[in-house]
Design a protein around this ligand. Structure first.
Ligand SMILES: NC(=O)c1ccc[n+]([C@@H]2O[C@H](COP(=O)([O-])OP(=O)(O)OC[C@H]3O[C@@H](n4cnc5c(N)ncnc54)[C@H](OP(=O)(O)O)[C@@H]3O)[C@@H](O)[C@H]2O)c1
Length: 321
């Protein structure tokens, strides 16, 4: 398995990271602890060494706790851990707090849950309007000096905010959303990362499961399924997305791969993208997406995907936090 360099560090990661949000079951239906632990094991067994989590994943940090248990089982050196701070749960909702004392405390709590003394990458999860970005960045720089964190990242920030952060604490990775249907980062964030040698570790490569192409056109969303609130899953956008998926199914079937594998292989081939964070709550899901690390799409396939995207046209998009 070829690993990729994370930013300018000597840390090397798999091109597919395991996204450790769905295993908490907070917006995903039918998650359970046994399957979640098996999903983490399956990720490792499929060649993934990069795990993406956050202080806010789970009401009591269950995502970090489960990763900690699997690290104890497999050995710390098999893992590159990215976690995030500055966003916390308030019941099933969330609140932002990027104050230095909060970042320090949340990071220490994350390390306890993960049963480790350091993480390879620590992100600011999202902007806290009350705290200047430079102050939060200085707190993460201090964590690096303390040896608790090896490199810094930022998620859900604008380019202007990334620049402010980078001036105080050089960034190794940036985490925005990106997938075939949501390519807004190409306007500014992606070029900025490429120019500055900063890795893009993107979330929602499957647009929360839509781009796995398995949800039928007449799918009725359970009210507890967090996806129903996003425009992509509603009305005319949903119908256009299903037409697009029909195009992708035709391309994938000719190549003897699944739609999820076609989508993820395309994603990790985009310039500047170091890793796609693929969420899963069952072992077979991450096994399927991890197999995309071995796939290379040829020029006719890339042209066929481009044609399908042209037919799809622009999408109505919305961020995560
Ligand atoms: N920084 C941020 O603010 C932020 C925000 C969002 C996510 N993230 C990170 O990015 C990761 C990825 O985002 P995500 O998990 O929300 O979305 P995603 O990776 O686009 O989609 C994951 C979902 O797709 C479905 N899926 C996965 N593999 C599948 C397969 N082989 N076949 C069919 N369905 C499959 C599963 O949903 P079902 O089983 O429910 O169908 C799964 O929960 C997260 O886990 C998290 O680590 C970060």
């Amino acid at each position: 398995m070829t690993l990729r360099r994370l930013g300018q560090t000597d840390i090397h990661v798999s091109a597919i990271a395991m996204g450790c949000w769905p295993i908490t079951g907070m917006t995903t239906l039918h998650a359970n602890e046994a399957d979640s632990l098996n999903t983490l094991r399956a990720a490792l067994d499929s060649g993934i060494n990069f795990f993406d989590t956050a202080y806010a994943y789970g009401i009591h940090g269950e995502s970090e706790q489960m990763i900690g248990r699997i690290m104890a089982e497999y050995g710390r050196d098999r893992f590159v851990i990215a976690t995030k701070g500055g966003l916390h749960r308030v019941g099933r909702g969330q609140d932002y707090d990027g104050r230095p004392e909060t970042i320090q405390r949340e990071c220490e709590e994350s390390l306890q849950r993960l049963q480790t003394d350091h993480v390879e990458l620590y992100y600011l999860h999202a902007w806290d309007k009350q705290t200047p970005i430079a102050e939060t960045a200085a707190a993460i720089a201090s964590l690096i000096q303390q040896g608790k964190v090896r490199s810094a990242g930022a998620s859900n920030l604008t380019v202007a905010q990334l620049q402010q952060f980078h001036a105080v604490c050089p960034l190794t990775a940036v985490q925005p959303h990106f997938n075939m249907l949501q390519q807004e980062i190409e306007a500014d964030i992606a070029p900025w990362c490429r120019d500055n040698g900063v890795s893009l570790c993107i979330y929602w490569p499957l647009m929360k499961g839509l781009l796995a192409g398995k949800l039928p056109r007449d799918h009725q969303f359970d009210p507890a399924d967090g996806r129903a609130k996003y425009p992509m899953f509603q009305g005319q956008e949903w119908q256009k997305n299903q037409d697009f998926l029909d195009d992708l199914k035709a391309i994938a079937s000719g190549l003897e791969m699944t739609v999820a594998q076609l989508v993820v292989a395309w994603t990790i081939a985009q310039p500047g993208i170091t890793a796609a964070l693929c969420g899963a709550k069952r072992d077979w899901q991450i096994q399927e997406t991890a197999a995309a690390m071995e796939l290379v799409l040829d020029d006719p396939t890339l042209s066929a995907i481009e044609g399908a995207l042209q037919r799809r046209g622009p999408t109505v998009s919305r961020g995560a936090v």
